[in-house]
Design a protein around this ligand. Structure first.
Ligand code: AKB
Length: 308
């Protein structure tokens, strides 16, 4: 029987909520310790945790004999700009503590969610390669790029098994994302069902890479379950499902809900979106550990509308 015990920070977020269930299905209910700043209704072990509290984190690792940590707690690109110090503390400093604790406690594996937010205006926007010039435009991007680099450093210096993915905008129907620049791609579905109308905070032709939640889960488990020999980097792997604009997504939804309308009122998030990529080259993830998305925009749209 596997002795894997996983601790997840930020378990109540958009990805955490679904990843906890998927990991519990794989490893068993009691082997996945969900943690979050606020109390959470979850079917399995839960601990309230402020990720900046190093002592409490260390106690939990000892108490549960944790062997893997997923650091999902984060402020995203838009909310991060409203509190840059807290963003740095949670996204990076807490992660840095986790890396050090992982070495001193003999943790087997660490997962770090990175993002397309590490790309910036110097990064090629079309088919963004795995390695390019990255000068992020937000503190969120800076914290994630720094986290990636520290993960790679810990792998080389301490032989720590750190794995990471650069998530694009994540579309799902269970938990609404908060504080991101790609949130429109989820909000539009809730608005379509509720009001038949959506006001987009991005211009109609702003193209961004996206991924549907079942593919997020497959990618994350696929990466974490791959043999260590297959993992050629502890920097985040480029990852994408499909790319879309608000206008294209609206037209796709209209195939199911023809009456649905949209208008556009761009706000501060437009400049963040403009600094990110249109499309991504994720061939390294495909080559190293067999990444293969299952959902395109129209399959995702049909499934979202069925489930909402
Ligand atoms: C955001 O918009 O900030 C996130 C992301 C792309 O990392 N969804």
């Amino acid at each position: 029987m596997s002795n894997t015990v996983i601790l997840i920070t930020g378990a109540g977020g958009q990805i955490g909520t679904e990843l906890v269930d998927a990991l519990r299905a794989e490893y068993g209910r009691d082997k996945v310790i969900a943690t979050d700043l606020l109390p959470l209704d979850t079917d399995g072990p839960f601990e309230q945790l402020d990720v900046t509290n190093l002592e409490r984190l260390s106690d939990l690792i000892q108490q549960y004999k944790v062997t893997q940590i997923y650091h999902l707690a984060a402020l995203l690109s838009s909310s991060g700009e409203k509190n840059i110090n807290l963003t740095w503390k949670i996204n990076f400093q807490a992660y840095h503590n986790i890396l050090a604790l992982a070495v001193s406690s003999g943790i087997d594996k660490v997962f770090f969610p990175s993002t397309i937010g590490i790309y910036g205006t110097t990064t090629p926007k079309i088919e963004t390669p795995q390695n390019a010039s990255f000068v992020p435009s937000t503190v969120y991007g800076i914290s994630k790029l720094t986290g990636e680099m520290w993960g790679e450093y810990y792998r080389k210096r301490f032989d720590l098994d750190v794995r990471s993915l650069r998530y694009p905008g994540v579309i799902s129907y269970k938990v609404l994302p908060e504080g991101g620049t790609t949130d429109f791609a989820v909000e539009i579905f809730f608005a379509a069902k509720k009001k038949g109308h959506y006001t987009s905070y991005l211009k109609q032709d702003t193209r961004l890479p996206m991924i549907y939640m079942p593919d997020v889960i497959n990618a994350t488990l696929g990466l974490m379950n791959a043999d260590r020999k297959q993992i050629s980097t502890s920097m985040g792997y480029n990852l994408t499902g499909f790319s879309l604009t608000p206008r294209e997504l609206h037209e796709e939804i209209q195939k199911h809900l023809p009456e649905m309308t949209i208008d556009y009122a761009p706000d501060a998030r437009q400049s963040i979106a403009d600094s990110w990529s249109d499309t991504i080259d994720d061939s390294l993830a495909r080559k190293d550990w067999g990444w293969q998305p299952q959902y395109n925009m129209s399959q995702m749209t049909a499934d979202m509308l069925k489930n909402l």
